[in-house]
Design a protein around this ligand. Structure first.
Ligand code: NDP
Length: 245
């Protein structure tokens, strides 16, 4: 097993803003090789340039996690460049909030496709390689919404509960691949900026503006899980604002 101080190759999905971007920054500062993906490649290009300017090792590739083909190409590019993948951070996610009776079915599908199917695509793309290596680490970003349900968040919560469930199954089935769930509460990011019912989204934005912790606080939890020895699996970390109910 690897010495914890050895640089690892870490893939981060959804690294063009918020928690993914902060995670890439923290892990690059820790000396890891970070390979970042998202759809907004202009953002990724700026991020990678900044990480390199600060002496870090970073690269990016366009990624749409809803496409298994895109995810497999992303993982293949990382393996080509670094020879192995040590850690996958399944972070990409969307949260267009609305009541179920509003029947915003396209947005339900989007949450299922990105938050749930995207996480499974990530696992499918890296698990065979990790099992062949005899070591690896899958970190899935869930949420406090994986622990409690609130009005207008039913479908979002359903996807996050599902991410916790599949993470536990993945953990049980693998004795040499670490599985970590990181469950943030309100965190500064662009999550409330896109889609959803405007009233529900506005309420979430207001709560977030009042309470939110910096995305770096979640990145710190991810870095902590990675830094443990290979025989220590941090199964779940819940990180939320002290004042969040
Ligand atoms: P942001 O909106 O800032 O970041 C979301 C990221 O996901 C972006 O980089 C976006 O990139 C990416 N993404 C969205 N769709 C896709 C896709 N189809 N393919 C690839 N990437 C995609 O929000 P956060 O940083 O807050 O979100 C990160 C994770 O944290 C999510 O899983 C979210 O559910 C979770 N979370 C956030 C909380 C918060 O309060 N902020 C609380 C609990 C959990 P792009 O659009 O460029 O593709």
């Amino acid at each position: 097993s690897m010495n914890p101080s050895t640089p690892k190759t870490v893939l981060v999905t959804g690294a063009s803003s918020g928690i993914g971007e902060a995670t890439a920054q923290r892990l690059a500062a820790d000396g890891h090789h970070v390979f970042v993906g998202a759809r907004r490649t202009d953002r990724l290009e700026t991020l990678v340039a900044g990480l390199r300017a600060a002496g870090g090792s970073a690269d990016f590739q366009e990624l749409d996690v809803t496409s298994l083909e895109s995810m497999r190409a992303f993982a293949a590019a990382a393996r080509e460049r670094y020879g192995r993948i040590d850690v996958l951070v399944n972070n990409a996610g969307v949260m267009p909030l609305s009541r179920i009776d509003a029947l915003r079915i396209d947005e339900w599908d989007q949450m299922i496709d990105v938050n749930l199917r995207g996480t499974l695509h990530g696992i499918a793309a890296v698990l065979p390689g990790m099992r062949a290596q005899g070591t690896g680490h899958v970190i899935n970003v869930a949420s406090t919404s994986a622990h409690r349900v609130d009005p207008t968040a039913a479908v979002y919560c359903a996807t996050k509960y599902a991410v916790r469930a599949l993470s536990e199954g993945l953990r049980q089935e693998n004795d040499r691949v670490r599985v970590t769930v990181v469950s943030p509460g309100f965190t500064q990011s662009e999550l409330t900026d896109r889609g959803g019912d405007p009233v529900a989204q506005g309420a979430a934005r207001a709560a977030s503006e009042q309470l939110a912790i910096p995305a770096s606080a979640v990145a710190d939890a991810i870095a902590y899980a990675i830094a443990q020895p290979e025989n220590v699996d941090v199964n779940e970390v819940v990180v939320r604002p002290t004042a969040q109910g």
